[in-house]
Design a protein around this ligand. Structure first.
Ligand code: PMV
Length: 355
């Protein structure tokens, strides 16, 4: 499907006034997206697990607009507080999606949103946030056209979400999601995420993700700045090739069920992502001393017990511990006895993945 398929053609039709609600989960990339071109198109394919507990819940209240101008009139509330600082990113999103949802300029609207996890802590809040907002906007389109096909809705939700935040394209549906065209993944697209189309070994069907909150503050470097730094990055082309090769490798791992290879691959991906950050110009570092303490503790634990538990990182200091449900009690013991002391306020979030 091309982007022109998602253009909203009958611009005189409007949705009804009222409240449009949606929620969307966060996701954690196993093979990471870092670098983009054109209008929010990825420079490499990525694949993620969708989480179940970490979510954004959003309501968009469409109200009458008095002004007869060609501007977006909206306010954003986060946890019931007015958030003018959230507006620029959302305005950029609204401008990008204008031809796909032109009715928005005919209304005044309030976006009311809340997360089940700390905002901007490196947990992909922009992913779930933009995905939930995109789904609200798509509901407005459904309010106008009641008989839109399921396939179209699934693709357009992800398509719109991508225009808010690349990784949000992987947060509109669920399970294991691929975003970005790849010759080995049928029907993969740069425009939207798709459900991973192949059989996955039972070892991956019930996975846990415990997020160790090393730092719950706001990120110092936004991911859009980070993506842009890949443009003149000395290792960019190698990195994009590496990620595409890792998609091939993870495909084989999902088939074989080889947990130790899976762990090796996700850790390699996480450290490669951070290596890109550390070697861009300007360079930056998002890991913190406690991130490294946790990584070393996981490696020691794995060496000692052979428990299949590995880590991945997003663009932040927090550590996602990934492990099969069968290792849960051992890993939770490790967290209680050791790892939580490296977390801010000893806090962590238990989440899980369903495929
Ligand atoms: O969606 P963005 O533009 O915030 O980029 C996020 C990129 C990473 O989270 C670091 C990796 C990924 O693939 O999710």
């Amino acid at each position: 499907m091309q982007s022109s398929n998602f253009i909203f053609k009958n611009t005189s039709l409007l949705p009804k006034l009222g409240c449009y609600k949606a929620e969307a989960p966060s996701n954690i990339a196993l093979v990471k997206y870092w670098g983009k071109h054109g209008e929010q198109l990825p420079t490499n394919t990525s694949i993620s697990f969708t989480l179940n507990e970490c979510k954004t819940k959003t309501e968009v209240h469409l109200l009458e607009k008095i002004e007869a101008d060609d501007q977006f009139h909206f306010e954003v509330y986060f946890n019931n507080y007015l958030k003018p600082d959230f507006k620029p990113k959302i305005k950029t999103f609204l401008k990008r999606i204008e031809i796909y949802a032109p009715f928005l300029k005919s209304f005044k609207f309030e976006i009311r949103t809340q997360n089940t996890f700390p905002h901007s802590s490196g947990i992909a809040s922009s992913a779930s946030g933009m995905a939930a907002l995109a789904k609200c906007i798509l509901q407005m389109e459904q309010n106008i056209f009641v008989d839109l096909q399921e396939d179209f809705l699934v693709q357009k939700a992800s398509f719109l979400a991508r225009l808010g935040s690349g990784s949000a394209s992987r947060s509109t549906n669920g399970g294991l999601v691929v975003w970005g065209e790849h010759s080995s993944i049928e029907n993969s697209s740069n425009f939207y995420g798709i459900d991973y189309p192949y059989e996955v070994h039972d070892n991956f069907k019930s996975f846990c993700d415990t997020i160790l909150l090393v730092d719950q503050g706001k990120k110092e470097v936004s991911s859009s700045v980070g993506h842009n730094l890949m443009h003149n990055h000395p290792f960019a082309s190698q990195r994009f090739k590496q990620a595409d090769d890792n998609i091939e490798k993870i495909k084989a791992i999902f088939e074989s069920g080889d947990l130790m290879s899976f762990i090796n691959l996700i850790e390699f991906e996480a450290l490669s992502l951070h290596a890109m950050m550390m070697t861009s110009q300007p360079y930056f570092l998002l890991m913190q001393p406690n991130t490294l303490e946790i990584i070393n503790a996981i490696w020691a634990f794995r060496k000692e017990t052979q428990t299949p538990v590995g880590f991945t990182l997003d663009a932040g200091a927090n550590v996602h511990l990934l492990y099969p449900k069968s290792s849960e009690s051992k890993v939770l013991d490790l967290i209680e006895q050791k790892l939580k002391y490296f977390c801010q306020n000893q806090s962590f979030i238990k989440d899980y993945v369903k495929i």
